[in-house]
Ligand binder design. Structure first.
Ligand code: EAX
Length: 323
């Protein structure tokens, strides 16, 4: 039997309509610019899900905190008004308390140590805690080791930082530690930071080199000290709602894409660490490369006692000793 041309064209039209209908746009937000480490990681993720699903899924990116601060973006993912956020752990511990332990100052020795822990059993176990909070962690990405900037003076030891009003993330683990440095921590959402530095509402802030670069803090801060006082992990977070909509094959595409995003984002952090400090000097910042790291660690002795109480001395040691 011959199929009529009319039937064929009806079928074709239905196919087209279905094709168009089946394209899902996922909204994905982050704090910094499209060319920053978050932008690089997010773009890798987006390219990979689009390719891996033959265009059935694609991203709409919202860089530059266009949808609000990181806390607001996480809330939006919980509510379903945003699909994915690539965020530092700054506010995440307020949603998933098990994350807080990785925000302890001077917990990680270096990038290699931090990445190994997060990619290993300890980090992967933390990711399993998200669904109970209406969130789904696709992978750890990376923000970087945080360094202090301010408009007042060079910092080489806690005594120099003492008395400075410094913007911090909305993160109690950080704030407790920074108080021990003598700093007056002032929690604030990231989109407000540039203005606060410009107005002098705060004297300083602390962030990784890639953020300081991308956010042009050199325009409003004179002094940069490479304190590396805390590692700032990041995460690609979506919702169980979105994950449950995906076929098993698409789920794998999303998970693999997130892994590649991690690699790309970390590589950009490495590049910024290697080239960014000289760039910030060129932009007029005075850089203190040699800080008294031991003095900063010593200042934390009492706070570490309370961290041990809260998180378990064994759990902290397991991270510190992880090879
Ligand atoms: O995640 O709030 C912060 O200082 C973060 O490091 C920044 O938004 C990038």
């Amino acid at each position: 039997m011959k199929t009529s041309p009319l039937l064929l064209s009806l079928l074709a039209a239905a196919g087209l309509a279905q094709g168009a209908f089946a394209q899902t746009v996922v909204k994905i937000g982050y704090a910094t610019t499209a060319t920053s480490h978050y932008g690089v990681g997010t773009t890798e993720f987006c390219d990979d899900i689009e390719k891996g699903t033959q265009g059935r899924y694609k991203c709409q990116q919202f860089p530059n905190s266009a949808l609000g601060g990181e806390r607001e973006m996480i809330e939006a993912v919980q509510l379903g008004t945003l699909d994915i956020v690539n965020t530092s752990t700054g506010p995440v511990g307020n949603f998933v308390p098990e994350v807080k332990i990785v925000d302890i100052p001077f917990l990680f020795r270096d990038y290699d140590h931090a990445r190994r822990v997060l990619d290993g059993p300890i980090g992967q176990d933390i990711l399993t805690k998200f669904p109970a909070k209406g969130l789904f962690a696709l992978s750890w990405t990376e923000n970087g080791f945080r360094h202090m900037t301010n408009s007042k003076r060079s910092i080489t030891k806690p005594n120099d930082a003492s008395g400075l009003k410094m913007r911090t993330m909305e993160n109690k683990v950080h704030m407790d530690g920074y108080r021990a440095f003598g700093i007056q921590p002032t929690p604030m959402a990231f989109p407000e930071v540039f203005g606060a530095l410009q107005q002098g509402t705060v004297d300083g802030q602390e962030n990784p080199i890639p953020v300081i670069l991308a956010s042009k803090f050199s325009q409003v801060q004179k002094h940069l000290s490479l304190t590396g006082h805390v590692y700032s992990p990041a995460l690609l977070i979506t919702s169980p709602r979105l994950m449950n909509k995906l076929s098993d094959a698409d789920k794998k595409v999303f998970m693999d894409a997130a892994k590649k995003a991690t690699v790309a984002q970390r590589k950009k952090v490495n590049d910024d660490e290697n080239n960014g400090i000289a760039q910030l000097e060129k932009e007029g910042m005075t850089v203190i490369r040699k800080v008294d790291g031991q003095a900063f660690r010593d200042a934390l002795r009492d706070v570490y006692v309370s961290y041990s109480k809260e998180f378990g001395a064994d759990n902290i040691r397991k991270i510190q000793d992880f090879k």
